[in-house]
Design a protein around this ligand. Structure first.
Ligand SMILES: [Zn+2]
Length: 270
């Protein structure tokens, strides 16, 4: 049959866009009887992609074929949109915990790294500024996701990569709404930690990367008023203010793209 239903994403998926491993990864079942399916590609006379039941009697399979074949693509689209919205809400609820769990070696390390950044008034203020700018010009801030598309090396299949990119894009847009601000602040703080950490181990070191690293470190160590003064002027040696922010944004978006969404969905179902 042409369609399968993914238990993990709650969406009906076309066989055409899946690869062999996707049936297991996405837990693809028959939209009619909910039995597990596997992927088949028939080469002759023309290439055709389908899903097939493991072991079932012919009459049973025919019944499923008939019912699934009769599904209206418009109904499928509508149901998928609803399901995506629900999944997005789920990810938003667990986003902070997921970042702590998946991006740091341990919870202790995560809190030790994040705490000073989350406490800094100056970082909070530049985060809010990025948030406000991104709301005004969302198209400029969608770019990092496109740029990162080539970099999701770990995605086991095109479908997994598409899922990550789609959710990352949806999340990013949601974080730019009023209700997304809390999560945005957290993500920005995490991006700050990652940007700073990446510069500390960057080789070869360049004057530019050292300036940015120095700025990110200094801002955290300055007394509150001095920190706020520093970011108010934006007059930094070598004009690295926006370079530093861009790096933090890139790491923030990179985090959204690289979170293991299928695993999160699976955990949520338990
Ligand atoms: Zn079936």
């Amino acid at each position: 049959m042409k369609y399968g239903y993914s238990i993990h994403t709650g969406e009906t998926i076309e066989a055409e866009i899946t690869e062999y491993g996707d049936c297991k990864r996405f837990q693809i079942v028959c939209p009619n009887c909910r039995e597990y399916l596997f992927k088949v590609v028939r080469e002759e006379p023309i290439v055709e992609h389908h899903f097939s039941h493991y072991r079932r009697t012919k009459a049973y399979v025919d019944e499923c074929e008939l019912r699934v074949g009769a599904l209206d693509p418009r109904d499928i689209d509508r149901a998928n949109i609803v399901s995506r919205g629900q999944k997005l809400q789920l990810v938003l609820r667990v986003l902070k915990e997921a970042i702590i769990d998946y991006c740091y070696d341990s919870r202790d390390i995560a809190l030790r790294c994040l705490r000073p950044v989350l406490r800094s008034k100056a970082v909070h203020r530049i985060g809010r500024r990025v948030w406000a700018e991104a709301r005004l010009r969302p198209e400029d801030f969608d770019l990092p996701v496109e740029r990162l598309e080539k970099e999701i090396r770990d995605a086991p299949s095109a479908l997994s990569r598409d899922l990550s990119l789609r959710i990352a894009g949806d999340l990013w847009r949601t974080l730019l709404t009023e209700s997304g601000r809390g999560n945005f602040d957290f993500l920005f703080a995490h991006g700050y930690v990652q940007a700073s950490g990446s510069l500390a181990i960057k080789e070869p070191r360049t004057p530019e990367s050292e300036r940015i690293e120095d700025f990110l470190d200094t801002l955290l160590r300055l007394p509150r008023e001095r920190g706020l003064e520093l970011i108010a002027t934006e007059e930094l040696p070598g004009g690295c203010f926006w370079d530093a922010l861009n790096l933090v944004i890139t790491w923030s978006v990179n985090t959204l793209v690289s979170l293991p969404y299928l695993k999160l969905f699976e955990q949520a179902r338990r």
